[in-house]
Design a binder for this molecule. Structure first.
Ligand SMILES: Nc1nc2c(c(=O)[nH]1)N[C@H]1C(S)=C(S)[C@@H](COP(=O)(O)OP(=O)(O)OC[C@H]3O[C@@H](n4cnc5c(=O)[nH]c(N)nc54)[C@H](O)[C@@H]3O)O[C@H]1N2
Ligand SMILES: Nc1nc2c(c(=O)[nH]1)N[C@H]1C(S)=C(S)[C@@H](COP(=O)(O)OP(=O)(O)OC[C@H]3O[C@@H](n4cnc5c(=O)[nH]c(N)nc54)[C@H](O)[C@@H]3O)O[C@H]1N2
Ligand code: SF4
Ligand SMILES: [Mo]
Length: 661
């Protein structure tokens, strides 16, 4: 049996796959999943044999997809890309990398983009935790999770905010529940009761978008009652006084009116957090997918800094979503950073890259964010889009706008394992090998690089993404695209990072532990900001883009369920998982349902300023005024596409109305 890394979430479970039956078994020796697996992981190979798998390169001819040879497809794509560069410049082309693909594959695609001459390279981190990256970088120095999962078991309080791990990273629950068994307290903040909230000692069900008010109220209590770690604040941080002034008005009584949670519960939870002595803060999309996303994260970081819950005494856990979203970003598949989150203008690193890549220059201007690509098409700035393993026609906000833009492109290439909703608009579709059909390395949320081994052959003529990109790089005439094996690419990216420079690829392949970079636990002594201090940032409440009004009085919130995964291209083709949920339902509060005469199971229309969707209603314990819909199907037809400072859409707040059909 060969071991692979689970192709779903960013927790990074190691699984064994039987090559004959494709049955999956969790790895007992993995320090990550420790013998556990969730329902998706257990059926990780469920979609591999699906008849829809792409098997040959296809070209759109007279509105029909016609098979074409690999050599012809690559030659024609390269020719068109070069022609567009000649006519409009390199920035007329944009590339979407894939959080589903390996480090090597993401490294190659960003290398292609930058050697081609553009920083228009991005991945779905933009739709996800880029707000966390920006906030962590400006306060602590690095935009990454600070501590390993194992630390969760020794902290005395775990604050879980806008994050539902029991559905989205199920196996991490064993760490959280081990902590709870040991006596740690769990404080959970969400806008609805969730599978995770059943484990909370303190559950604060707030109104959507009021997170800063609550976090500032916590800070108010901590400062008012002098519970903060004076020594840590004095020696290790800057900006405390600004926060002290800013949170003065956020008394628990003031917060109660805005967030809809009693001041007593706010007081109790804040004191529990502060008096614990050590603690983790874990957060997810309820925090980041807001126009206030970056500031929401800053407000949470302030709480950790007040208590010194960082390094040994605590950790910040922006739990990464996709199996390799951390790796894609670390490999440089972001339009504002080079590999290792290095600034585009960092001369020393640019020289290192140029030497390794044997080129003179790399573009310095920030590229467009993935979420700006489509406006770029609309304005005529972007003419070609190369998409590897990403499905924006479903995953991006207000997807009618996205689909209109896709239609306008002079060249759209989609490299995927399935004919996705995005592929419908493609000029060329390239068939890729799936996770267990190729070798490569992946990085999980705790920054652990792990090797995933090839178990079986890809279907038909499908090829590993790194092979496809090697052919493309060569056809574009870029230097250094002679890779004969994936290991050669691993060895190349190892050279970019000081912690990996001396490491051996073979050693990584054999290792069950993998390698954590830059190190297991960050900030035990100092911070990586220019002055070595952590920086508080005072933040004020920011209103959502669309506030509810008479016409659209309710709030549409989107979220995930355990059995489906993102745009569900994989899970809807996995027979067992489809059985668990084949259609979405809209969760509404009992009081709202009564007012509107809606009963459990009734068909309703959800309408926003962008359109309507029909689905069944499910009466549940969501906050009054909230309509909560799983995002895996079609909800982005009607979501708000307002962006925050980090380029992330406000997927979790659209004004809406509902009525019975
Ligand atoms: N089963 C499954 N697992 C997955 C995925 C999947 O699609 N399916 N996707 C993966 C990916 S890419 C990611 S990024 C992660 C995401 O993992 P999570 O962050 O856990 O994902 P969500 O369910 O989108 O959002 C978390 C919670 O935010 C809450 N929320 C909404 N609005 C607000 C608000 O204003 N304030 C607060 N405090 N909470 C709010 C929602 O009710 C929801 O319970 O999951 C990963 N794991
Ligand atoms: N309303 C709403 N919208 C959201 C969110 C939300 O919470 N609410 N969450 C956002 C978040 S956090 C994220 S991360 C995005 C996710 O958005 P996407 O990344 O667009 O979603 P996925 O469904 O994960 O798409 C991955 C694609 O990769 C393909 N694939 C799988 N394996 C391989 C491979 O080995 N090679 C290649 N080439 N392709 C492969 C799959 O078939 C699939 O088409 O969605 C965002 N959209
Ligand atoms: S927790 Fe995540 S990585 Fe582990 S088996 Fe489930 S989906 Fe896969
Ligand atoms: Mo994500």
């Amino acid at each position: 049996m060969k071991s692979v890394i689970c192709p779903y979430c960013g927790f990074g479970c190691r699984l064994y796959v039987d090559p004959d039956t494709l049955r999956v078994f969790p790895d007992k020796h993995s320090p990550v999943n420790r013998g556990k697996v969730c329902p998706k992981g257990l059926r990780a190979t469920g979609f591999i044999m699906h008849p829809d798998r792409l098997k040959r390169p296809l070209k759109a001819v007279n509105n029909k997809f016609t098979p074409i040879s690999w050599s012809q497809a690559i030659e024609e794509i390269a020719h068109k890309l070069l022609e567009i560069r000649e006519l409009y410049g390199a920035d007329a082309v944009a590339f979407m990398a894939s959080s589903k693909c390996s480090n090597e594959e993401n490294y190659l695609l960003q290398k292609i983009a930058r050697l081609f001459g553009t920083n228009n390279i991005d991945n779905c981190a933009r739709l996800c935790h880029e707000s966390s990256v920006h906030a962590l970088k400006m306060t602590l120095g690095m935009g990454i999770q600070t501590n390993p999962y194992e630390d969760l078991e020794r902290f005395n309080v775990i604050l879980i905010w806008g994050y539902n791990p029991a559905e989205t990273h199920p196996v991490i629950m064993q760490y959280i529940l081990n902590a709870k068994r040991r006596g740690a307290k769990i404080i959970l903040v969400d806008v609805r009761e969730t599978t995770s909230s059943q484990w909370a000692d303190y559950f604060l069900k707030i109104k959507p978008g009021t997170d800063i008010v609550l976090a500032n109220a916590f800070a108010h209590v901590i400062i008012r009652d002098e519970l903060y770690d004076e020594e840590f604040v004095e020696k290790m941080t800057k900006g405390f006084n600004e926060v002290k002034m800013a949170v003065k008005k956020y008394t628990p009584k003031y917060a109660e009116k805005i967030i809809g949670v009693s001041s007593k519960l706010i007081e109790k939870a804040a004191r529990e957090f502060a008096l614990a002595g050590s603690g983790a803060i874990m957060w997810g999309m309820g925090v980041t997918q807001k126009v206030s996303g970056v500031d929401n994260v800053l407000a949470l970081i302030n709480l950790a800094l007040l208590m010194g819950y960082i390094g040994e005494k605590g950790g910040l856990y922006p739990m990464r979503g996709q199996n390799n979203v951390q790796g894609a970003a670390y490999m440089g598949a972001l339009s504002e950073y080079l590999p290792g989150y290095i600034e585009l203008t960092n001369m020393e690193f640019r020289q290192r890259l140029a030497k390794l890549w044997d080129v003179r220059g790399i573009p310095t201007e920030r590229g467009l964010y993935l979420t700006e690509f489509f406006d770029g098409v609309e304005s005529g700035e972007i003419k070609a889009l190369y998409i590897m393993g990403e499905n924006p026609a479903v995953s991006d906000a207000n997807f009618k706008k996205v689909r209109n833009a896709l239609k306008k492109l002079e060249l759209l290439v989609v490299q995927d394992i399935f004919p996705t909703k995005t592929a419908k608009y493609a000029h060329y579709i390239l068939p890729a090998a799936a996770f267990c059909e190729k070798d490569g390395s992946y990085m999980n949320s705790e920054r652990r690089i792990q090797w995933s081994h090839k178990v079986c052959e890809p279907p038909g003529e499908a090829k590993p993404d790194w092979e496809i990109l090697t052919m493309l790089g060569k056809a574009l005439g870029l230097p250094g695209f002679d890779y004969k094996s994936v290991e050669e690419i691993t060895a190349e990216y190892f050279k970019l990072f000081p912690e990996l420079e001396e490491r051996d690829v073979e050693e990584l392949k054999e290792s069950i532990e993998g390698i954590i970079i830059p190190k297991k636990r960050l900030y035990t002594w100092s911070f990586t900001t220019p002055d070595g201090k952590a920086h508080f940032r005072a933040v004020e409440q920011i209103s959502p883009w669309e506030t509810p009004d008479e016409e659209y009085p309710l709030i549409l919130v989107t979220m995930r369920v355990i059995s489906h995964y993102n745009t569900s291209e994989m899970t809807l083709r996995s027979p067992y998982l489809v059985k668990l949920m084949s259609e979405p339902m809209a969760e509404i509060n009992e009081k709202d349902a009564q007012k509107l005469g809606i009963k459990n199971g009734d068909m309703i229309i959800i309408e926003t300023r962008r359109g309507k969707l029909k689905m069944k209603a499910k009466i549940s314990n969501v906050k009054e005024g909230v309509v909560a819909v799983p995002f895996h199907f079609k909800v982005n037809e009607i979501t708000s596409d307002a962006l925050n400072k980090a380029g992330t859409p406000e997927f979790k707040f659209s004004a809406c109305r509902i009525y019975k059909t």
